[in-house]
Design a protein around this ligand. Structure first.
Ligand code: HEC
Length: 251
């Protein structure tokens, strides 16, 4: 037992020394290859395979991993190309960098920062001509209030407002004579004031001279819950919603 523990300590020490040696030699040779000694191939383009535009909880890993792909000039996937991920303070990637696999892809689990908001992430690789190739990816983190809004949306709204069905929920969208909009459709929803949203959610479509197919929720949901829904709708809209006061403040 004692022997085992000692040998383990020795191995850990050896690894630490090796890592130090690698790090220092990497430093000395940096000018030889900006992408690091690990890259076996150099990419031309970086594309998002999946995992962008997700909505997750602040401070928690996103539901799906982020997958990016490196291609050459002809659009063929490149194996063995080093990709780096970075994001604003508080965001972490597991792994933060690595080599693309046999399908030219690198997968990383992203944990967003503790604050609600939009996070812009960047994946980068180095081209043959030592140029930095970058790909920007956007993710959204929800705080407690907006998480509540998302849960209420799942429970009450998405069966009509989300045209896609899931294994748990069959969408009612196709049956509706008047089509509602997904809450991400900023082009429509950003034009509505908070008062309009409050009014249509509370009293239903007719409150804004719209279809009665939009039911009233003023009896079902509390004020706090409706506020949470509005905060959630504002956070997920694409293009982003800018509160009137904020636009003024930026000028
Ligand atoms: C039974 C289907 C149904 C459900 C459930 C439903 N809606 Fe709607 N909603 C509609 C329809 C239909 C419209 C479009 C009305 C129109 O344009 O005349 C609409 C419109 C809206 C609008 C105006 C923007 C748009 O999409 O045109 C908002 C905001 C809205 N609903 C919020 C909600 C919220 C929040 C919930 C859940 C608490 C919800 N709706 C649940 C059917 C529904």
């Amino acid at each position: 037992m004692m022997m085992k523990r000692i040998s383990l300590v020795v191995i850990v020490l050896c690894l630490a020394v090796m890592e130090f040696a690698l790090a220092t030699s990497g430093c000395a040779r940096r000018s030889a290859s900006a992408a690091g000694p690990a890259s076996k191939a150099f990419g031309f383009a970086l594309v998002e395979s999946s995992g962008g535009k997700q909505i997750g909880a602040a401070g928690a890993p996103l539901p799906q991993p982020l997958v990016v792909q490196v291609n050459d000039e002809q659009g063929n996937a490149l194996t063995g190309t080093e990709v780096f991920f970075r994001g604003p303070t508080g965001v972490s990637f597991d792994p933060p960098s690595g080599l693309t696999d046999s399908s030219g892809q690198l997968t990383s689990t992203v944990t967003l920062g503790g604050m609600a908001g939009r996070y812009q992430l960047v994946a980068s690789t180095t081209s043959k001509t030592q140029k930095k190739v970058e790909l920007k990816i956007e993710e959204i983190a929800l705080d407690y209030q907006r998480r509540l809004g998302q849960l209420l949306d799942d429970k009450y709204c998405s069966r009509c407002h989300n045209p896609e069905s899931t294994p748990e929920r069959v969408s009612n969208y196709d049956n509706l004579e008047v089509k509602p909009h997904a809450f991400t459709e900023g082009d429509v929803l950003n034009k509505m004031s908070d008062a309009d949203l409050l009014s249509i959610i509370n009293h239903g479509g007719p409150a804004l001279n719209k279809s009665p197919l939009m039911p009233p929720y003023g009896y079902t949901l509390s004020k706090t819950e409706i506020q949470a829904l509005i905060a959630y709708i504002r956070m997920v809209s694409d293009p982003p919603y800018q509160a009137p006061g904020m636009v003024y403040a930026q000028k």
